[in-house]
Design a protein around this ligand. Structure first.
Ligand code: SF4
Length: 278
């Protein structure tokens, strides 16, 4: 692609899509756990300054690129060491739609917390039927029953940060092993937390390069593509669920509410932690 730099630095960095290059620079503990001591220590290495500069430069160049071109750039630079996480939301489905055209062998996974809606889980089969892409369901080490028994009940009611950490963050950290890059469907206009997300950046929490091909897209653009291309989507969206996560922490939104108002409604929590810096 024309956006690809030809410098030796960039080529060296992307030609070795593992954390080994970064590991020689520094290794620091990732974002702290909210009180969880049962997870394996996660080390998030930091790339060297040249790689960080290259990522910033590429991110700027990609600001004007389409999601399809950003995904093609990502595949060009990181496949087969790239992966994609999807919660089967509309944005993730758009990325899968393009990945099916560009590199359908890209591993795609879902963080299967055990608390997802059945309509969400059923999308896995619909995606496989449409695109031949089998989304891998990554589960925590405990079932919901075991987890709730260990903690004296469901933590989503009393300690939702810990619940998200145990059933999402920890699972993604394990899923990240062996990869150099992950793609996410976040959009900048979804929330203040996401407003400054780069197209390409270093995600220290997971020790991966993170690419957000839809950062500049709007909800309207996402749904236009879904409609135009007849992309499968979660039927709960037609029932007022604008953003869908785990069923205990998701409700339909009311007319005029923000699209993420139904997530952890009634609490100050707005993110599960996957897309926050710390
Ligand atoms: Fe637990 Fe709710 Fe987080 Fe799902 S969204 S992991 S149920 S706190």
């Amino acid at each position: 692609m024309s956006l690809t730099p030809e410098s030796a630095t960039a080529q060296d960095v992307t030609a070795t899509p593992t954390v080994s290059n970064a590991a020689r620079v520094s290794a620091a503990p990732a974002g702290s756990s909210p009180g969880n001591s049962n997870t394996a220590p996660i080390v998030a290495p930091t790339p060297d300054p040249a790689e960080l500069d290259w990522m910033k430069e590429q991110s700027k160049l990609l600001e004007g690129a389409s999601p399809r071109d950003i995904i093609a750039w990502t595949v060009e630079h990181y496949f087969p060491k790239l992966t994609m996480a999807t919660a089967f939301g509309p944005e993730g489905l758009v990325i899968i739609h393009y990945l099916a055209q560009i590199e359908p062998r890209t591993p795609v996974f879902n963080l299967d917390t055990g608390y997802q809606f059945k309509e969400t889980l059923e999308l896995r089969d619909r995606i496989a039927a449409r695109y031949g892409i089998e989304v891998e369901m990554k589960q925590p080490s405990t079932t919901v029953a075991e987890y709730e028994a260990q903690n004296g009940g469901p933590l989503y009611q009393t300690a939702s940060d810990k619940c998200c950490f145990d059933r999402k963050i920890t699972v993604l950290r394990q899923a990240a092993v062996g990869f150099r890059e992950w793609m996410s469907g976040i959009r900048r206009d979804q929330s203040p937390d996401r407003a400054s997300s780069p197209i390409v950046g270093w995600d220290k929490k997971f020790g991966l390069v993170k690419v957000s091909p839809l950062a500049n897209w709007t909800k309207k653009e996402v749904w236009k593509l879904i409609s135009d291309e007849n992309i499968p989507y979660n039927p709960l969206h037609d029932q007022g669920y604008t953003s869908i996560g785990c069923w205990p922490c998701t409700r339909a939104v009311l007319f005029g509410e923000d699209e993420r108002a139904g997530r952890w409604s009634g609490s100050a929590k707005t993110e599960c932690g996957l897309h926050s810096a710390d």
